[in-house]
Design a protein around this ligand. Structure first.
Ligand SMILES: NC(=O)c1ccc[n+]([C@@H]2O[C@H](COP(=O)([O-])OP(=O)(O)OC[C@H]3O[C@@H](n4cnc5c(N)ncnc54)[C@H](OP(=O)(O)O)[C@@H]3O)[C@@H](O)[C@H]2O)c1
Length: 273
């Protein structure tokens, strides 16, 4: 248990000097999260499948003074993830924070969807989360050097982006909702495996729609999609990736040491109406 003193309160949101591994770093939220960790003084190890985009990001971040590097990997392939963790440890010696922000969807009515397409979504959004979560957790446990009981949050912080769709169904979403719901349950179960003994906190954040290349079309205020969404968004607008930075830093820092296994709402109030 942490004793609350002035120093703890003044530093509880700090991720300074930590090593943060970010998947889906080439995506809308992964990019913002990676930059936020960098601005907050963390060393950032970026990954995604697209090496060219990752190189561009690293160039951009380094020009802003962020200590970062990348390794291209497919999170659904075990051998890629093994190589990714090895590369991160070779570069920075350890991994303190894992932020999982890769994801994929291809909506399709179940009657028209092929089993292969459904499986692809499951692999991209659920199996891949398992592989990255498992491999990075193994690394975090190894870093403890056999310590028997580690204080909450001191073994590492893992934050996984799932979705409000992990909690409710939607037409054409038998792949996406199932995989995101599975990821939420995976996080809850992994927290039971890892938090008490190894001090690794694992949480999901569950957004509704935020701006990305894929969702940009929904942000036209005149569109029916936008208007319909607003009826269920008490906060009065759809989200930008930047809206989640506070939550991400909170869940990655000592401020959230007593939170684990949670699927955290960050939906602008979507849940309550
Ligand atoms: N945008 C939204 O409205 C919204 C709402 C709720 C939840 N989410 C979830 O939030 C996370 C981030 O979303 P985002 O909008 O920032 O995503 P995004 O901009 O679409 O980027 C996601 C990244 O994931 C990687 N990716 C794409 N397909 C993949 C696959 N088949 N396997 C592995 N990686 C793949 C891509 O990087 P590479 O091509 O470099 O691998 C891509 O840059 C995702 O998990 C998404 O499901 C999004």
């Amino acid at each position: 248990m942490v004793k609350v003193d002035k120093n703890f309160v003044n530093t509880m949101y700090s991720v300074e000097g930590k090593v943060a591994l970010v998947t889906g770093a080439t995506g809308a939220l992964g990019r913002v999260a990676a930059k936020a960790y960098g601005y907050a003084g963390a060393k950032v190890f970026l990954t995604g499948r697209n090496a060219n985009k990752l190189q561009e990001l690293v160039d951009e971040f380094q020009a802003e003074g962020i200590d970062c590097a990348f390794f291209a990997a497919d999170p659904a392939k075990e051998e890629d993830v093994d190589a990714l963790v090895k590369a991160a440890v070779e570069k920075y010696g350890r991994v303190d924070i894992l932020f999982i922000a890769h994801g994929f969807n291809k909506p399709c009515n179940i009657l028209e969807q092929s089993v292969a397409d459904w499986q692809y979504i499951m692999d991209a959004d659920c199996k891949s989360v398992y592989i990255v979560l498992k491999k990075v957790s193994e690394q975090m446990v190894a870093q403890l050097g056999g310590a028997e009981k580690v204080a909450s949050g001191q073994g590492g912080k893992i934050v996984v982006v799932t979705s409000q769709r992990s909690k409710r169904g939607m037409a054409g979403y038998t792949g996406y909702c199932t995989s995101k719901g599975g990821a939420d349950m995976m996080i809850a179960s992994a927290a039971c495996d890892l938090s008490a003994k190894y001090g690794i906190n694992i949480n999901a954040i569950c957004p509704t729609v935020f701006r990305s290349e894929l969702t940009e079309w929904m942000f036209d205020p005149e569109s029916a999609a936008y208007q319909n969404f607003l009826k269920r968004e008490p906060i009065g607008r759809l989200a930008e990736p930047d809206d989640f930075v506070g939550y991400i830093i909170f869940l990655s820092s000592n401020a959230s040491n007593f939170i684990t296994g949670a699927a955290c709402d960050c939906s602008g109030g979507y849940l309550v109406c």
